[in-house]
Every structure is written in C-alpha cells, then in structure tokens.
Ligand binder design. Sequence first.
Ligand code: PLP
Length: 415
Amino acid sequence: MSSVSGFPKLVIPATIAAGPGPGNTDERVLAAFANAGIADHMHGDVLRGMIECKHMLREIWGTQNVHTFGVAGTGWSGLDVMFSAVMPGDKVVMFTNGTFSGIDGLTVRMKAATAEELAADPLNPQPASVVTIDVPHGQSVTAEIVEAALAEHKPKWAAMAHWETGSGRINDIQGFSDACEKHDVMGLVDAVSSLGVENFSIDDYPGVAGWASCPQKGVCCLPLTYAPVSLTDGYMASLKASGTRTFVHHPIMEARHWGIIDGKDVEKGTYHRTHSAYAVAAFHEALRITLEQGLAARAAAYTRHEAALRAAVEAMGCEVTSNMTSLVVLNLPPSLAGREMELVQNCRARNFGIWPTLSAPVQVRIGILNLLTETAVTDIVLRFADAIRELGGTVDADTVSNVLNHHYQAELAAE
Ligand SMILES: *Cc1c(COP(=O)(O)O)cnc(C)c1O
C-alpha cells in the first residue's frame, strides 16, 4: 500500500470485545452508520431521527422526564451534563466503590469547588462542601451506608454509580433513592453500565433527579455517538435557578436540538451544535434493536450467560468477586496471583480483548456485552483456559466443558 503521506493507512483488526466496554457494536448499527447519506444537522430526516430517538429513550429509561435526550460523545459527556447543575459551594455526598465512581467523584469535586479551592489543587480539588464515602473495592454501596451519610450530612446532592464497572458491583439503587427522598436530597446516578443490560425504569426511583449513561455498553452503539441522559423537573428547576458555566454541555441548550424547548416537546429541534447524520442513524438503530429485543429479555439473557461464564471460570479455580451480569471480575487461582497483567496482555495480543481492573487491587475483568450466545461464551471460556495454561496453570478441559454443558443443558431442560 502506498504511503505518499508517510503514514500508511490505519488498519484496526477485529477483536473479541470481551471486556467491560466498549461492547460489540451490532452489525445493524454499523450498517446504519456507514449507509447514512450526507445530510446536514438541520435536514428534516436528521431532526426527525433525533425526535424519534428521544421518544425511544424515554421508553428504554422508563420515564416521563421531558429532559431525556442524547449527549454527543461518550459516557463522560453525559455525566458532565448530568453533573452540570452542581455549582461551586454546593453540598454533595459522593459514594465511591471503584474506578468509575471515583472519577465521578473527581468530576463532582471540580464542579463543587470554589474558585480558591480549585486553584489550590486544580486537577484534584478537595472542596470542603463535598463528602466522599469510600466503600472498599469489591463491595457494594448499601441502603444503610447511604441512609447514614445523608442523615448526617444533609447535602443538596448525592451521587453514586448504579453499577460500578471497575469492581463489577451493583449498588443499591432502591436504598439510594429512598434515602434521597427521605432527606430531601437530589440523587445523581451514573447508569453507564446498567442501561440496556438491567431491566429497570427510572421513574420507579423518585429520589433520583439525574441519570446518565453511555452509547457503548448496554446500548450496543458506537462510542462517540450519544450518551443518554434523563433529568427530572426538579433537577431542571435547580439548574434554571443557578445556571451553569458551560455552553456545550448545558442541559437546556443541549436539549433544544432534540426538540425540547422551555420544558416542552416541540416538533423540530433548533441548532445547538452540528450533529452527525451518521451518528444519529447509528444511535437510532441501536435504540430500535433494544426495543425490539425488550429490556426484560435482554436482562434475562445477561443473567443466564454471566452465570455460565462465572461457573466456568470458578471451575478453573478463579474467585469471582463481582455481581454485575455484563461481566465477571475475578482473582486468578492462587498459584497465578500477581500475574494478572501478564495474562491480560497475552490475551489482548491475540485480539481477545479482556481487561485488568484500572484501580487497585489488580483483578481480571471478562465481559459479555452483546456476546449473548452459548457459542460466544464457550469461545471466551476456551480462550481464557488457554491463557491460564500458557502461564503454567492447570485447567481440566473436561471439567470446564462439563460445567458449561451442564449449565446450558439444564437451561434447555427448564424451557
Ligand atoms: C465506562 C464507564 C464510564 C465512562 O464511559 P466512557 O464511554 O468511557 O466515557 C463511566 N462510568 C461507568 C460506571 C462506566 O462503566
């Protein structure tokens, strides 16, 4: 291949995306992206597509919130919109139990810091108004922890990850919502890993005022398309009163392009920034697929396949410490402890894309986003078994295949 520019054409291989995310984008989503015509951001079909996405999102989130739309970018873009109503000096209680809620905590501290507090430590401010309740890696945030902290601190806002992808833990959203309601706190939830994987309706959690997710995990769309957010009227009233110092991630302005103006649905969006016809087409198709499959059926499939994967890695002597259904977070057998990075790197070198944890302790994360078939899970299990053997570990192939067979056959029998 010629490289007149001095740079050969970039070729990125196909991999098995068996990590916590990004997941495997559905073929239909890729086709929608590649086959969209060249249309500007104010073309009638692009605007119509965005309005339809807004309505599909309300159905998928299970909400009547008018301010439900997509934020161009990744999960952090949606979270930045959701946290935009947190203003300097605001009292916030932040619950952290892993990498991602930890970063949410940093976001909150940057937004709640006064000018002086930010200048004192610009990349890691420690505002007096933010209390961080740090729950150890591998454990969940419980109703009791939230209740105790909100009763003591009585903040304006409280924030938590619904599913903490870093440690693979599900946090108690019911307990969080109940405590927020009881203490008149506005809850903010990072639902990046749960939307499209778990079957839940956000309107069942009235203590939560803001939700944010991402395109690339349970929604099965491309990164850098749209991060779903949903904000209650209570959230919007606070934002209207305080304002926020962002144009592009301003919830009121960002919502305009999705046909939400003055708190009401209008027929056509108005310009906020140049949206991509390709991204809108891909997102629209991903949401259609989610609705076609149905959240209940999808959630049940995740539960089934995670259980099979969990049983298989436990049969290899690994210890699983997670309870999410889109991935397992595990400790290697004791004889291989300390060699997690080496194992993950060996797998990734073969385009078998599993992940380590990104914050201590070092563990291995294997995900099944959009890999919900017996064939796909079996392939993951066999590759992981090979990686363990390569490091000198022992895996009894018969035991592992019996566990998988037993799991999937028991299921057939039950049907
Ligand atoms: C993946 C993830 C994020 C970040 O999403 P990006 O798409 O990488 O911006 C934030 N929070 C949680 C819980 C996540 O799992």
